[in-house]
Design a protein around this ligand. Sequence first.
Ligand code: G3H
Ligand code: 13P
Ligand code: ZN
Length: 307
Amino acid sequence: MLVSGSEILSKANIENYGVGAFNFVNYEMLSTIFEAADKKSSPIIVQASEGAIKYMGIDMAVGMVKILANRYPHIPVALHLDHGTSFESCIKAIRAGFTSVMIDASHHPFAENLHETKRVVEVAHNAGVSVEAELGRLMGIEDNISVDEKDACLVNPKEAEEFVRESNVDFLAPAIGTSHGAFKFKGEPKLDFERLIEVKKLTKIPLVLHGASAIPDNVREAFLNTGGDLKGSKGVPFDFLKEAVRGGINKINTDTDLRIAFMSQVRKVANENASEFDLRKFFTPAKDFMKEVIAERMEILGSAGKI
Ligand code: G3H
Ligand code: 13P
Ligand code: ZN
């Protein structure tokens, strides 16, 4: 059933587990996320970036989610706009049927971020739609980073408290050292969990971890085995994901792992059978492997069995 983001994340916040927010760009990714949720009895958030919406068409993105939500009525699902870059983009998504939106004005100064977020919250809440905002910059932190440098790019807990109070936003993504894509850390993985705990203590709302792909060994290997190149890739280790959930993260944004898992199998079929051109022969194993990755993630985050 299609529900608001808050409906899913308030429960996760109270019961202290994490829900995967999985990105999709087509039917294959989207249907696989639902199939994994069905297998694991897990709530899900499915999210589309502005780029993904441009690729699919907003009517198609919403239409596919509605059809799958009807096909699996027992699965609570929220449809979320990932990294909405403007008020207008959020309004478009709300009008089209999204049940949750992110207004990402984190690159602006605090006051402007707050102003933009407030504008979106006002409209969204009237429509029963939840809102996510972000504070700080997404970037990996190195061992030798100074306290001043850290403070300059990561979330400031006091600011987070003020931001949540003033904006009435539903979920907050605090920058604690993750980044998007397959190359998150140069040295040993490192996240600022103390900062996370402080933000949770002061805000108490569901928190969001962007850049949460783990690039587990089996996924990396599957891609490398087909001649793929992921030199220097590093994700957020499973233990860190668990610690993040313990520290108050409830929405775990995951895209890169799904892309690598899916494409590893497309590459495999292409490598093993040069004369194959039936799309289904590529996409069936790609979906199967992606489903395994998502199902395992639901266990790690604690959302498995929560419906
Ligand atoms: O946060 C980024 C997501 O992985 C979406 O990426 O803009 O390439 O669709 P995209
Ligand atoms: P990954 O690149 O780690 O999958 O992060 C995705 C994300 O944060 C989408 O908003
Ligand atoms: Zn993100």
